[in-house]
Design a protein around this ligand. Sequence first.
Ligand code: UD1
Length: 418
Amino acid sequence: VNNFYITGGRRLEGVVNISGSKNAVLPILAATILADTTCFLDNVPDLLDVEVMKNVLLLLGAKIEVGGNSLSIKTDEIVIPKISEELAQKMRASNLVMGPLLAKHGSVKVPYPGGCSIGNRPMDIHIKGLSALGARFTEKSGGYIEARADALHGAKIHLDFPSVGATENIMMAASIAQGTTVIFNAAREPEINDLQNFLNAMGADIQGAGTDIIIINGVKRLKGCRHSVIPDRIEAGTFMAAAAITGGRILLKNTKAQHLESFIAKLEETGVDVKIKEGEIEVIGRNELAPVDFTTMPYPGFPTDLQAPMMSLLAIAQGTSIIKETIFEKRYQHVGELVRMGANIKVEDRIAVIKGVKRLSGARVAATDLRAGAALVLAGLAAEGCTVVEETLHIHRGYEKFVEKIKALGGAIEEEAY
Ligand code: UD1
């Protein structure tokens, strides 16, 4: 296990290349199960979560070849629709193989998902949706979800909440079901568009991604294709926050500003200058930050994944900010750690009140989940003195070459085993 050792106070300046999106590539990897021939993926980020999903596919019988950030995946020999408990516990996203396995192989058995410890992560919306397509779930003890399906058929599905994972699972399963499926109240995240583009390139007939109604006309079979994964908007937002919190200046390349509009609007409210060009975003920090209020919401609202990084920034703003987290109930685990660094933050239920302090001071803190970890690194970069971030495994789940990228921008950060 490694710790990050950060000496704060340096402005981050320079150019950073944004990697492919973690949340886009995970469902796309799962969707390769549906293909009859080889899939080729480009701009695949080298992350722990991607490694786990690759292992899930290998375990199922897939053949994978890796060359840098490109992959080829052959899934036509998959026979055992089962995933080891150990693997699935590591990552909630392995539940994304449920839809494809049911549609292509007629049965699935997966353990209840692990992943970040950011609250209850029930599966009811996934189960309801796949049941509407004809899957039969058997509730078994022992923490497994088990289902069978002879043939899936189209259905009208109203989601209780625009769940990202449930929308993706239903899209994948419905793509080779018989007839038409309509998903109402679908998630509208850019990762859903990327999945639609990938599935359509495989021969699927899907439209509506990016709106709250998605229409899937089932086709008989899907073939392999070549696809390049969209840039990671959360990684981009994290580096934008890094420029802001250190009063630095960072040019992000390989990014899409249109995926970050709600975040950019809030960042600009803090007084930071954001310049948008084709495929690039430049953030020019300043010495004083204004407080802002925001509520996390499904896309296109403020993304819950950038709540923690934004909170680090507001911890040193000149005034009081109020955050409301509506997506995940336990997503304030970074608060206690930020307080150890001198922040003044109070949490009551889903509301966090942040009274900006002059400066944060270095401390020994723990990354309790992926985005909390990123937030603590940002706080460390701006704090006085040395910050040690423990449990950095969580950060490696979702950020490619995080330490190298920060170092290249002039940040004083080292990763060392202890
Ligand atoms: C995805 C992202 C994650 C992001 C989240 C919200 C991936 C791999 N992960 O997670 O980074 O933070 O979207 O933008 O893409 N819920 C239910 N029942 C269900 C499913 C979800 O109650 O069956 C609840 C969850 O507990 C949570 C909320 O709905 O409170 C949002 O979950 P969902 O949109 O499904 O998030 P994920 O797909 O897990």
